[in-house]
Design a protein around this ligand. Structure first.
Ligand SMILES: Nc1ncnc2c1ncn2[C@@H]1O[C@H](COP(=O)(O)OP(=O)(O)OP(=O)(O)O)[C@@H](O)[C@H]1O
Length: 682
């Protein structure tokens, strides 16, 4: 997109969006069971929808093929290799780059802009539709297309035209190793080399009233048990932990905001991280999912800003934020932004969020109004920097949330570009903070490039009460029995909020559709859905309208949703760390939750050993059959990723000689008085 384009976009008025929801009320099986129908939200929707429908569904299951239950099941199990099923069963489906995305196998090809969803914003949408239809790239939209009388649910509208697929703004990338290292934004950003369809989505502004800003959920019955969790701090001259918010000596406004947020007690990661950050140290912190890492970095950063007498940000074409926070998914960065807005309430600190899948002009408009804390996904951040709307000279704090993901091969290159951008202060001149629930050894080594050599490492243990916050069950379920088992479990669960994780985007659509057919209100989120659809899906799940959310790993990290009581791993992820993040969507902040995982020995045997380790570390029952598989696939020297028996990850600075301290959180300070050879570990 050229420089002028975003300015043109700016004058477009905000348009509300129409978003599909997989919901039992709005879907029904066709009379003959062949077509999965969607009742248009209104007749005008339908009209608009049909007018714009321009979908070629050759080989896809929109063309009168089965979405009736029986057909569905037969095709799946008999291995029909036509249309959707072929793509699906090949196991590559939309995640794979190359051939399968570009068609050639008959699945999900040739759809050019066909998103037949009715929208009252016809002009606006038509513009978008025109671009999609006429453009080089096929629409990525998971169309619910209004074709003919009954709308036909097309799970994935297409994956590119004959001229090669557009790699979307939010792709899950399968690397050569087969490891899914999706990255949300970095590919094909609006200002990047790869030109995609013009993105016009403007997210609705968050509510402004104080009650909404400070809305929070209750800590759970196990919150107090956090006090017994072991914490290890490694590195030297670590400042002592604090036991209370008062000890942090924050300014009155921050204290008020903390109280309004309902925080009365520090979590272990906060007890250790807040004083470390206040002391100006770089930090790598590894703590259990849902244990308050966001506030652990936001509060001391804000405290510093207030202490330094930050001046109110004002309108300027080039903004120079003091703090940049990056996270791997759009939804997560938005959540972090909302936390930043909450804690900075009543101060002159202005937080801004920008992320892909939304109109670039909108991002720029937000920034030019003033920006002290910039929350961004990597692709959009680099776009905005290249457009010279953000200068980096004033950056004092760089935060990588889900840091292991931010540094892996998906986002690592983007992050390296960021720290070598002109103007970005060197690591000696800025404070760099990394947070995650998992820190594999190889990633810790990469992190050295970003952190001062004397950074501190905080590892919060998972033994004690918190380990039982998520009750983990592993069931041996073969591929062809999974759907049946899923329905059985969901029927037992009733209306309790449940996230169902699957491995691929197509499968997410497929399972969501299947569940709707089973009259279970379901929505889905994955990287091929339009951003407005993703946000709507999350909204519907959050408010309980759709108590089941089918998701790919795009939703595995960071999302903090009240009352998620269950996580079901319909497919296990390829890596154990991802498993840890996924089950962490439940059992947050001292609440309890359950995770059920379908283990298919055909495809999941490589996970047996790390799973046994994770289960036993968390004091969960380990099924005998799993132990047997783990034993038969025994890999000598395996240490369960980088896990120790107490901590999810440990400091891997190999020749580290400093004393690390192991304390029940908050009971004593941690000091590591012996200086270490700072470079010795790499
Ligand atoms: N001290 C506290 N008291 C009460 N609630 C808290 C406290 N700290 C955090 N919370 C709440 O706990 C929830 C989880 O926090 P947060 O999302 O920061 O966890 P996290 O450690 O970043 O999780 P993940 O690893 O999944 O990203 C949030 O709703 C947050 O508001």
């Amino acid at each position: 997109m050229g420089d002028e384009d975003w300015e043109a976009e700016i004058i477009k008025p905000h348009m509300s969006s129409y978003v599909p929801v997989f919901e039992k009320d709005r879907y029904s099986s066709g009379a003959n069971g062949d077509t999965f129908n969607r009742t248009p939200a209104s007749s005008s929707d339908a009209g608009e929808s049909n007018k714009r429908e321009n979908t070629t569904t050759v080989g896809s299951f929109g063309a009168g093929k089965g979405f009736g239950n029986r057909d569905f099941s037969n095709k799946f199990e008999e291995g029909d290799t036509s249309g959707f099923w072929r793509g699906y069963q090949d196991g590559n489906d939309s995640e794979a780059p190359g051939a399968s995305r570009r068609g050639g196998r008959g699945s999900f090809r040739g759809c050019r802009g066909g998103f037949g969803l009715g929208s009252p914003n016809s002009k606006y949408e038509q513009d978008e539709g025109t671009q999609r239809t006429g453009g080089l790239f096929g629409s990525r939209r998971p169309a619910l297309s209004g074709a003919g009388n009954g709308d036909t649910y097309q799970s994935r509208s297409c994956s590119g035209s004959g001229r090669g697929g557009y790699k979307g703004l939010n792709e899950e990338v399968i690397t050569d190793s087969g490891k899914n290292t999706w990255k949300s934004e970095a590919e094909g950003g609006e200002g990047g080399d790869v030109q995609g369809p013009k993105v016009t989505y403007i997210p609705p502004p968050p509510p402004e009233d104080e009650d909404s800003i400070f809305a929070h959920y209750q800590t759970g019955i196990n919150f107090d048990k956090y006090d017994n969790i072991l914490v290890e701090v490694s590195g030297h001259d670590a400042p002592p932990a604090i036991l209370t918010f008062e000890e942090a000596n924050l300014c009155q406004t921050l204290n008020n905001n903390i109280a309004k947020a309902g925080y009365t007690k520090l979590t272990p990661v906060q007890k250790y991280s807040i004083p470390i950050i206040l002391a100006g140290r770089d930090l790598m912190a590894c703590a259990q999912t849902g244990s308050g890492k966001t506030a652990a970095f936001l509060l001391p950063i804000l405290a510093h800003m207030m202490r330094d007498g930050i001046t109110a940000s004002r309108f300027k074409e080039l903004q120079e934020p003091e703090c940049i926070i990056v996270a791997p998914t759009r939804e997560l960065i938005n959540q972090i932004y909302l936390e930043a807005r909450k804690f900075s309430f009543g101060t002159c600190v202005r937080a801004v969020v920008i992320y892909g899948g939304t109109q670039l002009g909108h991002s720029i408009r937000q920034i030019v109004q003033g920006c002290n804390i910039l929350c961004a996904t990597p692709g959009r951040l680099m776009d905005i920097i290249s457009k010279e709307k953000i200068g980096l000279r004033q950056v004092k704090y760089l935060v990588l949330d889900e840091a292991d993901r931010m540094l892996d091969m998906g986002f690592g290159p983007e992050m390296k570009k960021l720290i070598s951008c002109p103007g970005m202060p060197s690591k000696e001149q800025r404070q760099t903070l990394m947070f995650s629930a998992t820190f594999p050894e190889e990633i810790q080594k990469l992190a050295g490039e970003f952190l001062k050599s004397k950074y501190l490492f905080v590892a919060v243990g998972q033994v004690g009460g918190a380990c039982r916050d998520v009750q983990q069950t592993i069931l041996q379920v073969g591929q062809y029995s999974k759907r049946e088992k899923l329905v059985e479990i969901l029927r037992n669960i009733g209306d309790e909020r449940t996230m169902v994780f699957v491995e691929t985007k197509k499968k997410a659509d497929f399972i969501a559709t299947f569940l709707c057919q089973e009259k279970i209100s379901t929505t889905s989120i994955h990287g091929d859905r339009e951003q407005r659809e993703r946000e709507q899906a999350l909204g519907d799940f959050r408010c309980g309208k759709c108590p089941v959310l089918v998701a790919t790993s795009v939703a595995a990290r960071g999302l903090d949703i009240e009352n998620v009581q269950h996580v079901i791993n319909f497919d296990l992820p390829s890596a154990i760390d991802e498993y840890v993040h996924r089950i962490g969507r439940t059992g947050r902040c001292g609440n309890t939750g359950r995770a059920v995982s379908f283990f298919d020995p055909e495809s999941d045997s490589h996970l047996a050993q790390p799973l046994v380790k994770v289960l036993s570390d968390a004091q969960q029952d380990v099924p005998a059959w799993l132990e047997e598989i783990a034993f038969s696939t025994y890999v000598p020297g395996f240490s369960g990723s980088t896990r120790g028996s107490v901590f999810a990850s440990v400091d891997t600075r190999k020749n580290y000689q400093g004393k690390s301290t192991l304390n029940a959180a908050g009971f004593s300070s941690s000091q590591a008085p012996n200086p270490v050879d700072d470079e010795s570990w790499d």
